[in-house]
Design a protein around this ligand. Structure first.
Ligand SMILES: C[S@@+](CC[C@H](N)C(=O)[O-])C[C@H]1O[C@@H](n2cnc3c(N)ncnc32)[C@H](O)[C@@H]1O
Length: 286
């Protein structure tokens, strides 16, 4: 798996747009597209706004890594940050710039580039924020070291990573979806959409190989074509971010499709989104 394949995937599947029918449905009307996207995003994942509300962005030089449709960028800017953004894809950079222009937001700048090598000066950000991105980077230790380089010694890294100890991973992905796919595969069913793509993946890779969790996980977080995903607990966060110390963490978002769990109350125990706040360790400390 290389970065070019990952870039190609996100360039052709801009994060989350499929949920509202894709940009094409809106023609050149970006304002309607952004309005629909934000309405959908914060209705489905309203906890994001609550989490952002609890972070003091005011006057903080903030870098957001991985921008998608620029929705959180707008929220962070509106909460008073001196905001900068970086994304691997041209598409996401263009959409975020368009949003900033349309909504007349004050932003530091949007850069196309990778978290593994960023064109920013050492110790130049108070906050580095990254929602749903770093678990898609195979060279995560390189990205973590790069974040450690650009963050101020008293700065804060805030990330959302997919949670290993979640209903989605333990019950839905590891058990239900694997069992269902095996059943469909054995009956010769061809299906449509994402299911058809899973069946095609299984035929290409071999069903038993495809169903191994080290392969299956990539294809079960962001669609059956997604090249790379990793799930985290606090132990693996500590291992992948050795230059940082975990300050606090919490889980949000009961989400385990196809299970209808949206209203269950155990999100801090079994939620899919693991938010972690980290602070840089002093140089030389590991
Ligand atoms: C799942 S989307 C998340 C976007 C947004 N933060 C959100 O929550 O909707 C992942 C985004 O990260 C970007 N991305 C993936 N790998 C990256 C990397 N190595 N460096 C910077 N951005 C990356 C993708 O282009 C995509 O826009």
């Amino acid at each position: 798996m290389n970065e070019a394949q990952i870039q190609n995937f996100w360039q052709n599947h801009p994060c989350g747009e499929a949920f509202i029918g894709g940009l094409e449905k809106y023609g050149e009307d970006y304002e309607s597209f952004f309005a629909s996207y934000d309405e959908f995003r914060y209705r489905k994942e309203g906890h994001i706004l609550e989490c952002l509300d609890r972070i003091d962005f005011r006057g903080k030089r903030t870098l957001e890594i991985g921008l998608g449709q620029g929705a959180d960028a707008e929220q962070i800017i509106r909460r008073g940050a001196d905001w900068f953004g970086i994304d691997l894809t041209r598409e996401s950079v263009e959409r975020t710039n368009l949003r900033i222009g349309l909504r007349k937001l004050k932003a530091g700048g949007v850069t196309q580039g990778s978290a593994v090598e960023m064109p920013f000066a050492a110790e130049s950000f108070d906050i580095v924020f990254s929602h749903g991105v770093l678990h898609h980077i195979p060279e995560i230790k390189k990205a973590a070291a790069e974040i450690r380089r650009i963050i101020k010694p008293d700065g804060e890294l805030i990330v959302m990573l997919y949670a290993k100890n979640s209903l989605n991973y333990r019950a839905s992905i590891a058990f239900l979806r694997r069992l269902a796919l095996l059943g469909l595969y054995l009956t010769g069913y061809r299906g449509s959409g994402n299911t058809a793509q899973h069946l095609e993946n299984a035929r290409r890779q071999g069903i038993l190989e495809y169903l191994k969790m080290k392969n299956f996980i990539h294809r079960n977080t962001d669609g059956a074509l997604n090249p790379y995903s990793k799930v985290y607990d606090l132990k693996s966060v500590a291992a992948d971010f050795p230059g940082f110390e975990i300050v606090r963490s919490y889980k949000r978002f009961m989400h385990a499709p196809p299970l209808p769990v949206g209203r269950l109350p155990f999100e801090n125990l079994l939620g899919w989104h693991l938010w972690v706040h980290l602070k840089p360790k002093a140089s030389g400390q590991s």
